[in-house]
Design a protein around this ligand. Structure first.
Ligand code: EPU
Length: 438
């Protein structure tokens, strides 16, 4: 896979793209397979870097992972799970954030876990304090070492009454993956309830777990001593779907996103309609298109589900540079997710970022020097530029800006896009984008 794209902008993207299983579910379902006494089958698995990393980490721990050459389905057999060599695990330091979710399942399977330093997109500090706090409350002993964290539970993991200070997706998954086989009952308050979490709960229920999702972000798990393998089709990637939807709007195009599911995109679809984007929903996907005329500005806050997802923000900001008037976007999930606007400004966008909470509700980042609100004035004609991609979603927004711009852009760092967008180059080709690969 090449690392430089030369993009000649101005071509409306039109055609069909398929989206497969969600990047933010598939690697976690793979980790869940460690909890079983026999093999699991995971279907609708995308070919993305996070899946490769988790495959490699599972194999280091003795899990047999095989891929059906025709369907791409994964079979994950943990029968011979074992302790991995620390130096082998260490080779994955900085690759991804998923390894932190190995803690509970590995302790259940082999009594200990070594977790390498984490990677993932640089969109804020991304601490793991909630993860370590809940693990300690389950009875784990956490030992921070150079290069990673060593975790064990000499007295076993026991259910606990837990509260998250913020509905973190990862920490909620940590609790689910640990509590299902912990002794006794776990009650988690302040849980995240994203569709990917509901799908992970579906996976765990297939395995034999007893989990109830109650009102007001409370999840109750009754621990069971043994779980069996699952057979599951991953839910579609709603973040990829929303990205292509924004690409259609920004390039004045028309994209049918095969596999997009309306129910997981309600907040996005409302916003898309308010800006002036059009969509038609059928049983197999959603057609997103620019219906002509001008786009409208709006005031938007990102939030945890069921709010407007933070991962939808960056591609949509590019669309807002084309709206007539002033838009305001308040990012309340990550403190540092507007770094990508620097390249858009160089391309001609009119965007200011502010420390203040420019939204109806003050968030955790107000008065703390984080540039987490953006004011976007449009419409502005974007022009081609040299761009080095900073992170997954910011990078996708740069790509679609370059595709809409006049002139040529040279884009480096596109490997980052492969972390979460399956076959994005061939999808762009299929949509008629004009680019060369170096
Ligand atoms: N947080 C803490 N301490 C923790 C954990 C989280 O302070 O121990 C904070 C984070 O710093 C952040 C907020 O809580 O400000 C929410 O973070 P969360 O834990 O929900 O995020 P995550 O699990 O690390 C997942 C997705 C992200 C997505 C977020 C929010 C995966 C692999 N990543 O991250 O996806 O933005 O949930 O929905 O599932 C992406 O796909 O590009 C991406 C970044």
């Amino acid at each position: 896979m090449a690392s430089v794209l030369t993009i000649r902008g101005g071509v409306p993207l039109t055609g069909k793209v398929p989206v497969r299983g969600a990047k933010n579910l598939v690697p976690k379902a793979m980790v869940a397979s460690l909890l079983a006494s026999d093999a699991s089958v995971l279907r609708n698995v995308p070919e993305i870097r996070d899946v490769e990393i988790v495959t490699s980490l599972l194999r280091l721990h003795g899990v047999e992972v095989s891929k059906d050459p025709v369907t791409g389905d994964l079979t994950l057999d943990p029968t011979n799970v074992k302790t991995a060599q620390m130096k082998d695990i260490d080779a994955h330091a900085g690759d991804s954030r998923i390894p932190i979710l190995f803690c509970g399942p590995l302790i259940h399977a082999i009594g200990e876990a070594f977790i390498p330093d984490l990677g993932g997109c640089r969109i804020g500090d991304r601490p793991i304090d909630y993860h370590l706090d809940v693990l300690r409350q389950f009875g784990a002993i956490v030992d921070k070492r150079p290069g990673g964290i060593s975790i064990s539970a000499p007295k076993g993991l026991k259910g606990a009454k837990l509260t998250l200070p913020y509905p973190s997706v990862g920490a909620t998954e940590q609790v689910l993956l640990t509590a299902t086989r912990a002794e006794g009952i776990t009650e988690l308050s302040g849980a995240a309830i994203e569709p990917e979490i509901m799908d992970l709960i579906a996976v765990l229920q297939k395995m034999g777990a007893i989990i109830s999702v109650q009102t007001d972000r409370v999840i109750r798990i009754e621990g069971v001593p043994e779980l069996v393998g699952f057979n599951h089709r991953a839910l579609p990637d709603r973040n990829e779907a929303a990205s292509w939807a924004s690409a259609a709007l920004v390039t004045k195009g028309d994209i049918y996103v095969e596999g997009a599911n309306q129910g997981d995109l309600t907040a996005f679809l409302n916003t898309y309609r308010k800006i002036g984007g059009a969509f038609d929903i059928d049983d197999d996907g959603i057609r997103f298109y620019h219906p002509g005329g001008s786009l409208s500005p709006l005031v938007l806050e990102t939030d945890v589900h069921p709010g407007f997802m933070t991962d939808w923000q960056q591609p949509l900001v590019v669309a807002l540079t084309q709206a007539e008037g002033v838009s305001i976007v308040h990012e309340t999930v990550y403190e540092n997710r507007f770094g990508f606007t620097e390249a858009l400004i160089r391309m001609g966008a009119n965007i200011q970022v502010h420390r203040e909470c420019l939204g109806s509700i003050p968030c955790r980042f107000g008065q703390r020097n984080f540039l987490h609100s953006a004011v976007i004035s449009g419409p502005t004609q974007l022009s081609g530029a040299e761009i080095d991609i900073p992170d997954l979603r910011g990078g996708f927004s740069h790509l679609i800006a370059a595709l809409a711009a006049t002139g040529t852009s040279r884009v480096t760092g596109i490997e980052l896009i492969n972390r979460g967008y399956e076959h994005f180059q061939s999808k762009l080709e299929g949509l008629g984008a004009d680019f060369d690969v170096e």
